[in-house]
Design a binder for this molecule. Structure first.
Ligand SMILES: O=C(O)C[C@@H](O)[C@H](O)C(=O)COP(=O)(O)O
Ligand SMILES: [Zn+2]
Length: 284
């Protein structure tokens, strides 16, 4: 199956109250693990690729790997630019074969964020590519602010609703108390904000910072209207722990396949557990 826009599965997720996982692709083993887990559970999924990951893997390798995974799995798979910072990078990804892009204008003023997101939506829609927008500040490692500081920048429901109405994005990431990276304690998720926004717009709310969020909070977020959840850190941790363990067991090992095989399997288990939790198994 060729790569698809997120609109192939997000409307169904919103209607049937499940969420589709965005699992970030950082190298070939991540892509293989994500595709294998999704195939075992017959789930649609999204490969998220940040600008940093794009630089690391190269845009042509990224698209080729995602296309191979979609073809091999036979599942609906979207290749999605994660936290795209400019119109230009979004267009570069679309031209290279991405089926979906996020324009993260959250660091701009509210009005500029609307104006810039609208431009991306107009161009992307003409090419059948879905767009995610972002409002508010999602804290954590990525922008080096703590969860408490991020709380001061949660999305305001009226602003989020107007943002959707003016931009026409296909899904909307709003800051509701989650953060990128691992949590020191538990996140304080504002389910009331999710509910207010999700009940007023026809597209799903996106939850960034999905790693380390307790299962019950994930279920509650989905019931409140989250239809896409991003996970990267938990896969990175599982991958690195498995490599450390393999190297500690045999200090003389030099064949990367010897430590990347358990690393890949550890990620398969993480992704499978998220797919079960998000309710997207058997929704392909
Ligand atoms: O870290 C990245 O490169 C991707 C993340 O920003 C992704 O969008 C995300 O939200 C993952 O959250 P996490 O797994 O809880 O860090
Ligand atoms: Zn994110």
């Amino acid at each position: 199956m060729p790569l698809v826009s997120m609109n192939e599965f997000l409307p169904k997720a919103k209607a049937n109250k499940f969420a589709v996982g965005q699992f970030n692709m950082n190298n070939l083993e991540f892509a293989q693990a994500i595709a294998q887990a999704a195939k075992e559970l017959n789930s649609p999924f999204i490969f998220g690729v940040s600008e940093g990951a794009l630089k690391y893997m190269g845009i042509e390798y990224t698209v080729a790997i995602a296309e191979a995974a979609a073809k091999q799995s036979g599942l609906p798979v979207a290749l999605h630019l994660d936290h795209g910072s400019t119109f230009e990078v979004a267009m570069k990804c679309i031209r290279a074969g991405f089926s979906s892009v996020m324009f993260d204008g959250s660091h701009h003023s509210y009005e500029d964020n609307i104006r810039l997101t609208k431009e991306v939506v107009k161009a992307a829609r003409a090419m059948g590519v879905s767009v995610e927008g972002e409002l508010g500040t999602i804290g954590g490692v990525e922008d080096d602010i703590s969860v408490d500081e991020a709380d001061a920048n949660l999305a305001k429901p009226e602003e989020a609703i107007r943002f959707y109405e003016e931009t026409g994005v296909d899904c909307l990431a709003i800051a509701v108390g989650t953060a990128h990276g691992m949590y020191a304690g538990e996140p304080n998720i504002r389910f009331d904000i999710i509910e207010k926004v999700a009940s007023a717009i026809p597209v799903p709310v996106v939850l960034h910072g999905g790693s380390g969020v307790p299962d019950e909070m994930i279920r509650k977020s989905i019931l409140a209207g989250v239809g896409k959840i991003n996970v990267n850190t938990e896969n990175q941790v599982a991958c690195t722990e498995a490599i450390r363990e393999a190297l500690a067991k045999d200090a003389k090992v030099y064949d990367p396949r010897k430590y990347l095989t358990p690393a890949r399997q550890a990620m398969v288990e993480v992704v499978k557990s998220k797919i079960q939790l998000f309710g997207s198994a058997n929704q392909a």
